[in-house]
Structures are given as C-alpha cells and as structure tokens.
Design a protein around this ligand. Structure first.
Ligand SMILES: Nc1ncnc2c1ncn2[C@@H]1O[C@H](COP(=O)(O)OP(=O)(O)OP(=O)(O)O)[C@@H](O)[C@H]1O
Ligand SMILES: [Mg+2]
Length: 504
C-alpha cells in the first residue's frame, strides 16, 4: 500500500511538490521559482511552459529527496494560484500567449466596457464577484482580442482556457495525447462565469464576455479521480484526485471545514477565507462570495473571502526593486532596528486596492515621511501594511457575520515573521495562531486527493491532525491600537483617485 500523498502547489512565485504522510506531516519538498514578467506598468505574466517544466522537476526533487517512487504515492492533489489565465492550442499544446497573472490590471478597459451596462455588480448575484481585472474572465477576453488569430482558433474549437490547475492537469494526464481538460468548483468560481447555485458555466455571462464555451474546462468537484498521470511524468499511472484553488486549499489544510471557521494566508497577497457552510452569503462589506470546497457528490460549501493583492510581494518589492534587503527574511531584522514606524505608512495599492475597498483607481503611496524616517521605518511600515490590510478585511468579516472572530488561524510564507504576527495580534486585539504544518495550501490539496482514494477516512481524521505550534497574544493598549488604525485609514485615502487619463 502506498503510504504517501503528493501535492503540487503551483503558486504565484514558485511551484512546489510536497509529499505528506498519513499524519499530515511533510516528508519532502521540491521547489522552484519562476520568472515574474512585467512587460509594462500593471502587466504581470508567467511563462506557462516554464511552469510546467518546473512542476515536473519539483516532483522529481520531492520523490528523490525522500527516496520514493510513484509506487509509494497513493494520489496526487493539485493546488494553484487562482485566476491566472492560460490559453493554449489543444492541437499543439503550445500556449498562445503568456499566462496573465491575477495581479495584472491591463483589462480595466474591458471591465469598464462590461460595467457600462449594469455596473460592476452586474453579475454579482450569480457569481459572487464584482467585475474586476482580478478574475480570469476578462483576461481570456484580452487574449482573444489581442493575440492574432486567437479568436478564430477559439471559435474553431482549437483553444483551451485554464487556470494553472487545468494547465498542469492537462499536461500531467497526457497533453495533446488525450489530456484531461477539467477544473474544480473553487477555481471555476473565480472566473466570473460559474453560477454559484448550479455550479455550471452560465451561457448568458459567456455571451456577454464573448468567450466560446468550448474553451472552458469541465467543472468537477474538489475531490475525485480526474485521471491518471501519463508519459513524461514520474508519477505515471498515479491518480490525480484533488484540486483546490490555493486559498481554499489552505482553508481545507487548516481543517476549517465548518461554517464560522476561518483562516488567513500570508503569501504573495493575503487571503482571508470564512466558511459559510452550505449557504451562499452575499457580503455587504466588500467581501467576495466564493466556493469553499466540494467533496465528490457531497454538498458544496461556500465561503466569504477578503482578498488583499499585495502583502508578501511588497517585501519582494523592497528586495528586488529597491534593493533594501537581500532576502525576504531580512526585513524582520531591519524592522526590529527601530521602535515603531516613525510616522510612516505604506499603502501598497500596486494593483489598485482589493478587499474591502475595490478601488482600481488607487495606486501605492508611502506617506507621513519626514527627515526622521529611515529604511528601518520603511521596513516596519511595509510589515505593518500587511497587518493593517488584514485588519480592514477582518472588520468586514465581523460586520457581515454579526459576531467578532475570537482568534485568527494563519499560515503562509510570511508567517515565519514573528514581528509581523505580534503586530498583527496587537492591531487586531485577538490572538493569532499558527499550526505546526504552515504549508497548509499543499496540505489541503493532499487532503482532497487522499480523501478521494480512501487514504484518509474522513474529515474527523484530518481535524485530528491539526496541531497548534505558536500563539501570539495582543499586548498593545486600546488607545494606541485605535490611533494607529485611524492613521492607516487616513493613509488609505491618500491613494484613492490617482488613476485617471493622465496615468497609464
Ligand atoms: N520573513 C518574512 N517576512 C515577511 N515576508 C516574508 C518572509 N518570508 C517570506 N515572505 C514573503 O512571503 C511570500 C512567500 O510566501 P509563500 O511561500 O507562502 O507564498 P507563495 O505560496 O509562494 O505565494 P504564491 O502561492 O502566491 O506563490 C513572499 O512574497 C515573501 O516576500
Ligand atoms: Mg501559495
């Protein structure tokens, strides 16, 4: 009997393969970063071929490091950066354009065009999302309108669209030789095309966008056997049995299975997901309505989500664009060299502001500067920005839920930063808790796959695997918390109304 499950985590910055044992512990990891391509201000692309090659390579790394072969792997789960759109030719397997990444804002004109008739909430009742550049729908439209020959090929049925789960699944299951073209309900819920009630593509919305239905993957549950790995893969004949978008996967990996449970992931961006059970809840406070998970034929679970575009990527920006630090981890040392933010507030509205503001016209601002402010204060302001944005989202969750969250479960790369999480607890006024396995994204995908093949018996067994590692308790006094929050909200106002006809 195979004793392990392998998860492929195709993220925004890197692709990972992680092998888990039955207790949900990590046995080995392979990881490779891929290039972030910025052709113009506001444009963000990845090379889908690089992503697929890296995926194959990290699978090899993970197996080799643990001295395992495919015979030791009971099932494979896939989790992915959501909303990032790949369009490829099914006859050649070649992408027709780079992947357009979720942070990319080039489709604002398409958003405006669609919103001219009915506003940005035009499709919200059906799909849970406002019209925004963030979701994959307008990215497909951009490719069809701007890549020569794409529209004709799409109408002839030769082009396929997928988020990177579908791209990886199709390649893993054989590509041009009968690759499976499917996605799961969570990824489908981020396109703008899926009806949340029926979990099917909506022809009216597709017509409004001008996207041929033949391009779209089949919508499946998050936990079932989609196919088996084929040639060109070390996983040959292994069932691919779980798919969850990265944020939903992290929620699943945190064992937040029931209504009222929530988690916050600190990666490239931050994403808070609040499980609403089998009810579709529409937010009055700027949160998205999305699918949480669906296990085979069991009822679907929905969630409210607070998506923040720029958090960990702000730290990368300090590293790559300013050269202020040489690794993400160094930001903590730099920030610890000062007592406080020195009056500086950094609002990283690089892609506009996402939840709860939804302001595409915003752009980043570093405010409150004086001669006193040094690079330590800027590092500190960047870390604080991650926590302040999270507080904004949690205020929205509390308002929608009518009760306040009493503690926050966290995970993701930036939760390695103790200074950040202490400030997070301070600015929220509730404890922040990190589990032993902070790679909850991959773990959630592994869980979904393992459940489908009987490797795990059910949700109770998974809940029993969850273990607390570290807890940060608030120590800031209420007046200071309120003062800092007022300053933050003032800083946010300075970023609004920036984009106009003079700003491209
Ligand atoms: N010590 C640290 N302090 C602050 N931020 C950090 C630290 N270590 C890593 N990060 C940030 O965390 C992010 C990486 O986290 P993680 O690995 O969870 O993201 P990811 O899963 O790669 O993101 P994605 O899935 O979007 O690719 C990077 O943006 C990095 O800047
Ligand atoms: Mg990730």
């Amino acid at each position: 009997m195979a004793d392990y499950v392998l998860a492929i985590d195709q993220g925004t910055t890197s692709s990972r393969a992680i092998i888990f044992d039955k207790s949900g512990s990590i046995v080995s990891t392979g990881q490779l970063e891929h290039e972030q391509i910025f052709p113009k201000a506001g444009w963000v692309e990845h090379d889908p071929k690089e992503i697929w090659n890296n995926t194959r390579e990290v699978i090899g790394q993970a197996l080799a490091k643990a001295d395992l072969t495919r015979h030791d792997i009971a099932a494979v789960g896939i989790t992915n950066q959501r909303e990032t759109a790949v369009v490829w030719d099914k006859t050649t397997g070649e992408p027709v354009y780079n992947a357009i990444v979720w942070q990319d804002t080039r489709t604002q004109d398409i958003v405006d065009r669609l919103a001219a008739d009915g506003g940005v909430e035009r499709f919200k009742a059906k799909v849970g999302l406002p019209l925004a550049t963030y979701f994959s729908g307008t990215k497909i439209v951009w490719i069809l309108e701007n890549v020569e020959g794409a529209r004709e090929k799409a109408e002839a049925g030769d082009l396929l669209f997928g988020t990177t789960d579908s791209w990886v699944l199709w390649n893993l299951t054989g590509g041009v030789e009968g690759g499976v073209h499917a996605t799961d309900v969570t990824n489908a819920s981020r396109t703008m095309f899926m009806d949340l009630e029926t979990l099917a593509w909506d022809d009216e919305i597709l017509a409004a966008f001008g996207v041929p239905r033949s391009m779209l993957p089949e919508i499946k549950s998050s936990s079932e056997v989609y196919g088996t790995a084929e040639a060109s893969s070390l996983l040959r004949e292994t069932p691919i049995a779980g798919i969850l978008g990265d944020q939903q996967a992290a929620t699943f990996g945190q064992a937040a299975f029931e209504a009222g449970e929530a988690k916050n992931t600190y990666g490239t961006g931050n994403f808070l997901i609040f499980n609403t059970g089998t009810d579709i809840v529409h937010s009055k406070n700027g949160l998205l309505t999305t699918v949480g998970y669906k296990l085979g034929d069991a009822p679907v679970h929905y969630a409210l989500e607070g998506s923040i575009a720029v958090t960990g990527s702000l730290i990368q920006w300090l590293r790559d664009n300013l050269g202020l630090i040489s690794s993400a981890a160094e930001v903590e040392e730099l920030a610890k060299g000062v007592e406080d933010n020195g009056g500086a507030y950094f609002v990283p509205a690089f892609s506009g502001l996402f939840a709860p503001y939804w302001r595409p016209d915003a752009r980043g601002a570093l405010v409150g500067l004086t001669r006193y402010v040094n690079k330590g204060h800027i590092a500190r302001a960047a870390l604080e920005a991650i926590a302040f944005q999270t507080r904004d989202v949690i205020e929205a969750v509390n308002a929608d839920a009518g009760v306040d969250l009493t503690e926050l479960r966290v995970d993701g790369g930036a939760t390695a930063n103790d200074t950040l999480l202490q400030f997070q607890a301070d600015i929220l006024g509730v404890p922040v808790v990190r589990p032993v396995v902070a790679e909850t994204t991959a773990l959630g995908a592994a869980y979904a796959a393992g459940l489908a093949v009987g490797f795990w018996s059910g949700l109770d067994e998974l809940s029993a695997n969850w273990q607390e590692d570290t807890r940060w308790t608030p120590s800031m006094d209420e007046d200071e918390r309120a003062r800092l929050d007022r300053n933050w909200k003032k800083a946010v106002t300075k970023t609004l109304d920036w984009v106009d006809d003079d700003v491209r």
